[in-house]
Design a protein around this ligand. Sequence first.
Ligand SMILES: NC(=O)c1ccc[n+]([C@@H]2O[C@H](COP(=O)([O-])OP(=O)(O)OC[C@H]3O[C@@H](n4cnc5c(N)ncnc54)[C@H](O)[C@@H]3O)[C@@H](O)[C@H]2O)c1
Length: 253
Amino acid sequence: MRHDKRVVLVTGGSGGIGEALVERYARDGAAVGIVDVNEETGAALARRLADAGLGVHFAHADVGDFAACEAACRAIEAALGPVDTLVNNAGISPKHAGKPMPVWQMSPDEWRRVMDVNVNSVFNFCRILAPGMVERRFGRIVSMSSVAGKAYLDIVAAHYSTTKAALIGMTRHLAGELGPHGITVNAIAPGRIDTPLVRGVAREANEKVAQETPLRRLGAPDEVASTCLFLTSDEAAFVTGQVIDVAGGWLMT
Ligand SMILES: NC(=O)c1ccc[n+]([C@@H]2O[C@H](COP(=O)([O-])OP(=O)(O)OC[C@H]3O[C@@H](n4cnc5c(N)ncnc54)[C@H](O)[C@@H]3O)[C@@H](O)[C@H]2O)c1
């Protein structure tokens, strides 16, 4: 197994792509910490995997809250050991009646909330966990960007695409800064993946994306997890600062 002896922390690990990540890492030998704001689904997932004999620990936190992230990291490291693999997956894409809010009507609170959950969270976890990775001279970091960070999409709002573009800049900067310390930093840009996040829009909108996608379908959470496991495995030890589309050829950004 490729992730034996690894301690992986997945943010937003209770549902959607995060749940697939948690399960795949646990089945690939890693001890997995889940950080999520949804206590009910996170604890249930941890219980289900623990019952299957896998090492999983759930910690509740809002990823936009630095003190809560610190407490969650401390709890996970106390239960599983030092985190060497961080997957910044938590993200939100607020809609109103299934539609993105135009920037000229958006509330400043909504704008700031998306910055906190989608971008400031990545700073929070890197700030808390990178010192240990630097000290041990090993680390793997992957952040969930989006094709919306690279191309205009009318099905998301400005805050969402702004945060996903920010993660691409942060990935490249951190790859440069942390590379000399044995840490790789990459990002994944999913296309349209069938999760609760995309079910909030009209079905026709997702069908249109499927038709525009060369592979003529939405992606599955497990297909994003496969790329993430590759990026954090030893097979990708010389890959850093990259943004990998998992999008069925949609947009080819
Ligand atoms: N689904 C897609 O088509 C798609 C496409 C491109 C990028 N992405 C990105 O992939 C990531 C996962 O998306 P998904 O589709 O699985 O979303 P999802 O909504 O299905 O799941 C997101 C998870 O994050 C958790 N979460 C939300 N806000 C949180 C907070 N403040 N603190 C802690 N946890 C929080 C939720 O409880 C949930 O478990 C996101 O960053 C998203 O932007 C998704």
